[in-house]
Write a protein that binds this ligand. Sequence first.
Ligand code: ADP
Ligand code: MG
Ligand code: ZN
Length: 480
Amino acid sequence: MRFQPVIGLEVHVQLKTASKIFCGCSTAFGSEPNSQTCPVCLGLPGALPVLNKQVVEFAIQAGLATNCSITPRSVFARKNYFYPDLPKGYQISQFEDPICQHGWLDIQVEGQESKRIGITRIHMEEDAGKLVHGDVSGLEEGSGVDLNRACTPLLEVVSEPDLRSSDEAVSYLKQLHQIVTWLGICDGNMEEGSFRCDANVSVMPVGSETLGTRAEIKNVNSFKFVKQAIEYEIRRQIELIEDGATVVQETRLFDPTSGTTRSMRSKEEAHDYRYFPDPDLVPLVIDDAWVQRTRDELPELPEQRMQRFMTEWDLSAYDAEVLTASRSLAEYFEACVALHVNAKAVSNWMMGEITRALNDSGTSIDCCPVTPRLLVELLKLIEGGTISGKIAKTVFEAMWQSGKEPATIVQEQGLVQVSDSGAIEAIIDEILTREAGQVAEFRSGKDKLFGFFVGQVMKASKGKANPAVVNELLLSKLKG
Ligand code: ADP
Ligand code: MG
Ligand code: ZN
């Protein structure tokens, strides 16, 4: 029997607000344990939550950017369970009437047609605290509870079970990640857990209409692990069924070292949480004007900007996609072309030297030492014939290190391109005399040797000879 995998993702997006969702404590990461707490996030009796308006703004933005409708009257609910990192004994979340519903994203897997993935809902909730096990100062042994993260605002984005492969799941996840970082509502840092996902996986016989029993894999925190975890889980379930066993509905944990998943607990059902509306928080009413205002203020989204780059600057789909991978990258590109240079040249340099240098140094485009203005100065030197494209790479390297103006570097290092035909001719004559044997071979029909002569001349000029002039003069001398 052949099997069809089915996947639905629940993504937790930590919102980039300065303060927590129901109190004024800071959300900064990495502080001394319990230094960012107050009676509300410590869950002390009688302390009352007050909703952070910024969280609502961000939730509406996320909903609009993922084609959701915004619920006019949404409700906060208590999700009751016991765990030491949850002092209140319940998490404030949304259950019925979440803030956003019925959205979708169109995903694209290489070599396949684009496919629409439904988003069931997006709701707002608070994060729990964190258990620490003897590895922080002041806690030599045993375990402790750090409540700095308690009450940090999260959005949970729940997809429909529309995904059919690990590649589709990763593509969906990457697009969602791109959107929330582009909007600036999440820092997207997966290692710190700002963007993490639970993957629900099941398999069913190909052609079946009934979904199989799912396992939910908790908190997978990189794109690579999501792919590994899903693929392992699909294999595990198929083997179980082929062996005549059944898949049980359960929560599993992914172990990155072995690339496998293992059972954590049997899956709880909604009724286990005894959800009920939180009496401390009034229903959240969002009128059309608020939604409209947010829609009007929404930035141009990655997909739209990609299309615009293709039409406005005549870029290929591939180039436009790379240049809109992040908002900062797209803005760097636009800052360059606004200074009136060839868009294709900017694109080539960004996808070549700049990307390479950023990767090598582990820098992000926001901290790129070669600013758009400096890159454009460099491109002007190439376009004006002052330096060759090859020398420009040397100049770029020096700009990266020193932050100096390209013209200054060219001056200081004597890199000005030699276009003077007299000077180039002298070099060519010398080489043709030295390489008389090769010249004879060329003239007897070995055309391929032309590249050899060009190389020799460039080398003798230390890369400074104008390649176009070299080509022209060499050709006329060799033919003559
Ligand atoms: P819970 O919060 O209990 O995990 P939800 O109803 O919020 O349950 O849904 C969890 C996710 O599981 C959704 O993303 C949904 O698409 C997905 N899902 C539901 N049924 C299946 C299934 N049979 N196979 C794979 N994914 C599923
Ligand atoms: Mg779940
Ligand atoms: Zn607090």
